[in-house]
Design a binder for this molecule. Structure first.
Ligand SMILES: CC(C)(COP(=O)(O)OP(=O)(O)OC[C@H]1O[C@@H](n2cnc3c(N)ncnc32)[C@H](O)[C@@H]1OP(=O)(O)O)[C@@H](O)C(=O)NCCC(=O)NCCS
Length: 169
């Protein structure tokens, strides 16, 4: 399988924040943002693998800034690294100033998707060939994040988390 650049899986979804999607402070409800990010990330993983994909794990979410009612929110997802059957998808969330149009980074998240066949069995996916400095940085750190996720899920033993251990040696 030929490796693919992250730009080939780039997925951008822009939408408004409506009253039914807010919390009592009139900011976007966290679960609504998680769902928007999951949708964009799923499309991104599907573009990379051209397969059915399922969310295996949400590795990291940072709700750094509140997103007020009426905001124009852009969710941008790209596959940052692929392993055998799993893909790490990096999601950046931007809000747009109404008057100037300037974009501010509000949140980010990292999801893991797995490509599966029609019976739900994991299948192999193409590798990622990062291009920009940011893509290379995210690619390099992805194995560490995968090991952390598997460790927290109880799917690997601490002694097998070699990339994580290397951080502390
Ligand atoms: C995700 C799923 C396909 C993994 O199945 P599995 O039997 O654990 O399969 P494997 O052990 O072969 O793992 C498949 C890949 O997922 C990765 N993976 C599994 N759990 C993971 C986790 N918590 N974090 C990161 N990666 C994970 C494995 O490392 C492996 O990656 P690799 O092939 O790239 O090395 C399966 O658990 C599943 O179908 N879950 C439900 C998915 C779903 O319905 N999501 C929506 C929730 S509402």
């Amino acid at each position: 399988m030929t490796a693919k650049a992250p730009k080939e899986s780039r997925t951008i979804m822009t939408d408004l924040v409506l009253p039914s999607e807010t919390n009592p402070l009139n900011n976007l409800f966290g679960g609504e943002l998680l769902a928007r990010m999951d949708r964009a990330a799923a499309i991104s993983a599907r573009r990379h693998s051209r397969r059915i994909v399922v969310t295996a794990s949400v590795n990291h979410v940072a709700f750094n800034s509140a997103v007020p009612l009426g905001s124009v929110v852009t969710v941008e997802a790209k596959v940052s690294r692929a392993f055998r059957t799993s893909m790490e998808v990096f999601i950046d969330v931007w809000i747009e100033d109404r008057e100037s149009g300037a974009r501010t980074k509000a949140n980010e998240a990292i999801y893991t998707f797995v490509a599966v066949d029609e019976t739900g069995r994991p299948v192999a996916v193409p590798e990622v060939a990062p291009e920009s400095d940011l893509e290379k940085e995210r690619f390099a750190a992805a194995l560490r994040r995968k090991q952390l996720s598997l460790l927290l899920a109880g799917k690997i033993k601490p002694q097998d988390a070699t990339e994580l251990k290397a951080l502390f040696i």
